[in-house]
Write a protein that binds this ligand. Structure first.
Ligand code: SF4
Ligand code: SF4
Ligand code: SF4
Ligand code: FES
Length: 958
């Protein structure tokens, strides 16, 4: 089912309708019943009758421009277009007769008379709906000839790196324009001109790259001809088979068809049946996959004695045995807990499971942590405390039932673009929007969307703001008392309500702290509590604070108080950052928890794992990532196995991290590229890309989706095989023939995964956990009748100011975020043409703050904090308010995390990336750190370039 020869997905012409009332009609003598509102075209298609079409496609509302889909309807004059005619009770429709045939052929003749006749050399040959329709209507000649006015010599637009626009092939069907509006929500395309002169035009007749286009590919997907065509298809020709897999970038978890020619990827096509993305994509998943074959990928294992030595290529066996003997040597000399491991949210569930198992069973310590530490660990903690489960409550589809949406500390248009498109669609249908963010994100005001409230909260004061929203809900009688009485702990609620009602929590009292006018807070609270289904979506702008966990609990409090939990259209929805951050947490990557969020100190749980794994596990929690660094600097932590995470670039206070890594004796990095962390490594184990392995990812909806191998690993081994080999070399046997066997073990030992297997995933497409005896097909919406913890628990959320406050020395607050075209540390996206959109990190600064400092657009500015200094180019914008500056962190040389401090969430140690007190000054040269970084980067590149290619005995005798 999931590996096929290339077949175009069946297209029923117009979207499905969901009305419960059915209408009955007859089409070509066949009785047909469809939901009211269904088009005649779709009704016919559902009965197996395909009416010719060009401008209609079932992902878009019908437009009725091509006139190819004409039908005859008894009792009606003329020949209506079947795509725009709704089916009605008693209709008698004829789709084929001589007259209809003539009419359609006439339409096709007109199209073809203004179309290049280069079918044989056209890149869409064999995948072109115009070509198909010419065949379907039996076109044999073109009476009008080809000599009249035509567009055959119109200029191509090749500005986009991923697709070309050839107007000579355009039939002006408007599908691209509608895709950009309806599916993507960007409104970058129009049809300019009239009649014969009408042409598709990006922006104001601009090239694609200069327009508003965000390169999502929806128009390319919708285009029935080769007008909008992927450049890889132009270069390589049509693919010959396809495999369904899951995007490896963000937590939306889009399903894709990887279209292949042998071992070569031709294009990634968003999977129409993908339950997270419903056939849509963004520029990263759709186009930015070239990194997997980038020349900088390291494909051979390497080792070295010191980090100033050149690398030496060795065999897999030698690298693995060397790493294992180093870990054992360190443990013998410095104790069992002198080593640890870091799992990756980029890797599969199965790979993450193996790394934490290796640490707990083979190292026999609980020193395992994951990059979720630095993003969504407060989500895990806060939601567990209040609702009883460390995960979001909804499906992405659920947003289509929301009436009021709060987006807090998240910028979905950049971070979770396919979800943003769905949300925008709902907002265009009339749902209301409250944005809580220091920065004016795109959603605040974008085509056909305007937020009702933008609460421009001062960085670091989220808890104060949410408590003031709670104050309004409690004191103005907006609490859903029936829900609270039935579903929540009474005493905790009463204590919370009394706390929220305190005068010091009123919006009027809090506005000094938050910077948000009281009237706006009151308005937003009334809208959320009284506007119907209220859904909250939040991101790292909530979690990455000293009170990240408190803010997550404040969000859960609001949802419980207003009864917005446990059905479609509501809920608490963390927008998880990386593709498998949910999964890496589920798989037991935290030092205090075994898989399924069960405490390591719980004897019963530990015994189950001990019986299955055949080892005695340590009962005490191990070190978190920041504690590993502290211990390394103190001399008690000496060895680290780091899979698929670049802690030097992504963790705060870079200089501190670098010092800690420099103090260790053996760092083993497993990655695709020689990343910043690998510069401190002694063993480099080449990683495999998501295209080269089997496994599963779990997205922000708790949706487990298959990742399927579409090509052989370029380094020879998939990541799970490497971990397995390392464990075996350490003397703890691991023998899995396929990742499905690892999933069987996960299911055996994790109650929320008891019902998950590869066979069921194959059958169902994907599964949302909990998936077990109680929910064999998974759980799309959580907490329907009761909370996972029984009764919901309100938590007191007292505001405690962060230590990172603006002072005379550091008067501005720096906050950070992501941009659409780049991804996190940028290791992948920087190695694709996506750099054309964003080739460097810049500092956004308000014009007023810039003027105070004599800074002009494009100037170099130094950003100093108590942790360090870096230099970036400034861009002046009122997207940020005065007093706040903003940057992204996609390029290592930017050193955004040289400036961020080790201030962190009180409960989980999640770093406070979103608030750093800084000063900004105009400068003329890179910072000292950047100059040092540049020298060290050159040295490491040289050590890589000078690597010896011995295959045995590389370190012998040293
Ligand atoms: S690629 Fe996406 S954003 Fe760009 S024009 Fe096409 S549909 Fe619109
Ligand atoms: S570019 Fe393609 S989708 Fe757009 S109007 Fe032309 S033929 Fe239709
Ligand atoms: S939205 Fe996320 S999962 Fe979907 S294609 Fe883009 S990066 Fe991939
Ligand atoms: S398909 Fe109906 S008018 Fe084009």
């Amino acid at each position: 089912m999931f590996e096929t020869v290339i077949k175009r997905d069946r297209d029923l012409g117009t979207p499905a309708r969901t009305a419960t009332r059915l209408v009955a009609l007859t089409i070509d003598g066949q009785p047909v019943q469809v939901p009211e509102g269904t088009s005649v075209m779709r009704a016919a298609a559902e009965a197996g009758i395909n009416i010719p079409k060009l401008c209609a496609t079932d992902s878009l509302e019908p437009f009725g421009s091509c006139r190819l889909c004409l039908v005859q309807i008894e009792g009606r004059r003329g020949y209506p277009a079947s795509c725009t005619t709704p089916a009605e009770d008693g209709m008698v429709v004829t789709t084929e007769n001589a007259k209809l045939h003539d009419l359609r052929r006439g339409v096709m003749e007109l199209y073809i008379s203004d179309h290049p006749l280069d079918c044989l050399t056209c890149p869409a040959n064999g995948d072109c709906e115009l070509q198909d329709m010419a065949g379907v209507v039996g076109l044999r000649n073109v009476r009008y000839g080809f000599s009249g006015a035509n567009h055959l010599h119109d200029q191509k637009d090749e500005s986009n790196p991923y697709f070309s626009y050839d107007p000579s092939k355009c039939i002006v069907c408007n599908r691209c324009v509608r895709a950009c509006e309806e599916t993507q929500g960007t409104f970058a395309l129009t049809i300019s001109g009239k009649g014969f002169d009408s042409r598709v035009s990006p922006g104001q007749d601009q090239p694609f790259m200069e327009s508003e286009c965000v390169s999502c590919g929806a128009c390319v997907q919708a285009c029935p001809t080769a007008t909008l065509q992927e450049k890889t298809v132009i270069m390589m020709g049509q693919a010959e088979h396809s495999v369904i897999t899951t995007c490896a970038y963000c937590g939306v978890g889009c399903g894709f068809k990887a279209e292949m020619k042998g071992q070569e990827l031709v294009r990634m096509v968003p999977w129409k049946d993908g339950q997270a993305n419903r056939g849509h994509s963004c520029v990263k998943g759709r186009f930015a996959w070239g990194y997997s074959t980038h020349k900088e990928r390291v494909l051979k294992p390497m080792i070295r004695q010191r980090i100033t030595d050149p690398w030496q290529e060795v065999s897999w066996d030698e690298a693995i045995n060397h790493a294992a003997s180093e870990f054992r040597r360190i443990q013998a000399a410095h104790g069992r807990d002198a080593v640890g491991g870091i799992t990756s949210s980029r890797c599969t569930n199965e790979e993450t499971w193996l790394v934490q198992k290796l640490v707990r069973a083979a190292f026999n310590t609980n020193n395992v942590d994951t990059c979720a530490r630095v993003c969504h660990s407060p989500t895990g903690y806060g939601l567990k405390q209040t609702l009883g489960e460390s995960a979001g409550t909804q499906t992405f589809d659920s947003v289509m039932h929301a009436d009021v949406v709060i987006v807090m500390g998240a910028n979905p248009s950049s971070g979770h673009p396919v979800f943003a498109s769905r949300l925008k669609r709902r907002l265009r249908q009339g749902a209301r929007l409250i944005v809580i963010d220091p920065r004016r994100i795109e959603l605040v005001s974008s085509p056909h969307i305007k937020a009702d409230f933008h609460l421009q909260v001062r960085p670091g004061t989220n808890t104060a703001l949410l408590t003031s929203l709670a104050h309004v809900i409690v004191t103005e009688g907006l609490v859903d008392q029936a829900f609270v009485t039935e579903r929540c702990e009474t005493k905790a609620y009463e204590q919370w309500a009394a706390f929220a009602a305190l005068p010091e929590n009123s919006p009027e009292a809090m506005q000094e702290i938050t910077g948000v006018p009281a009237a706006a807070v009151r308005g937003a609270a009334r809208l959320y509590a009284g506007g119907g289904n209220g859904a909250i979506y939040y991101g790292l702008g909530v979690t990455e604070h000293s009170q990240g966990s408190t803010t997550v609990m404040a969000i859960a409090n609001l949802a419980m108080a207003t009864g917005n939990i446990g059905r479609e259209g509501v809920g608490v929805n963390p927008l998880r950052g990386q593709n498998n951050v949910q999964g890496s947490c589920d798989m037991g990557s935290f030092p205090h928890e075994l898989p399924g969020y069960r405490h390591i100190g719980d004897d019963l749980t530990r015994r189950q794992f001990e019986a299955d794994w055949g080892v005695t596990l340590q009962p005490e929690p191990g070190l978190r990532i920041p504690n590993m660094f502290e211990a390394a600097l103190a001399g008690s932590f000496k060895g680290l196995y780091c899979q698929g995470e670049d802690i030097v670039q992504s963790d705060p206070n870079t200089q501190h991290v670098a010092a800690a890594l420099s103090a260790m004796e053996c760092i083993v990095v497993q990655d695709l590229f020689l990343n910043e962390t690998a510069k401190y490594a002694h063993v480099f184990l080449p990683g495999s890309s998501f295209l080269e392995k089997d496994g599963t990812f779990t997205n922000a909806e708790r949706r487990i989706s298959r990742v399927r191998k579409v090509m052989e690993p370029k380094n020879g081994l998939a990541d799970w095989e490497v971990t397995m080999a390392l464990s075996n070399a350490l003397g703890y046997p691991m023998n899995y023939a396929h990742p499905s066997e690892i999933m069987d073990e996960i299911a055996r030992l994790t109650p929320t995964f008891h019902g998950v297997s590869y066979a069921k995933l194959e059958r169902m497409g994907s599964l949302q956990w909990p998936c077990n005896e109680d929910a064999p097909d998974g759980t799309p919406i959580m907490h329907i009748d009761a909370f996972v913890r029984g009764k919901g628990r309100f938590m007191i959320t007292r505001y405690v100011p962060t230590d990172e406050r603006s002072t005379r020395r550091y008067p501005l607050l720096l906050t950070t975020g992501r941009i659409l075209s780049q991804y996190n540390v940028g290791a992948q996206t920087r190695r694709t043409p996506n750099v054309m959109w964003h080739g460097e990190d810049v500092l956004e600064i308000h014009p007023q703050d810039a003027e105070d400092r004599g800074v002009a657009e494009g100037d170099w500015v130094g950003i100093q904090s108590r942790a360090g200094e870096t230099v970036l180019r400034a861009t002046l914008t009122d997207r940020v308010p005065p007093g706040v500056v903003y940057t992204t962190f996609h390029f290592p040389e930017s050193g955004a995390n040289v400036v961020t401090t080790d201030s962190s969430d009180w409960a989980t140690n999640c770093p406070e990336y979103k608030v750093t007190a800084v000063q900004v000054t105009r400068v003329s040269q890179p910072s000292e750190w950047q100059q040092r970084w540049s020298r060290e980067a050159d040295l490491q590149q040289r050590l890589l370039a000078e690597r010896t290619r011995e295959t045995a005995g590389a370190l012998a005798g040293k």
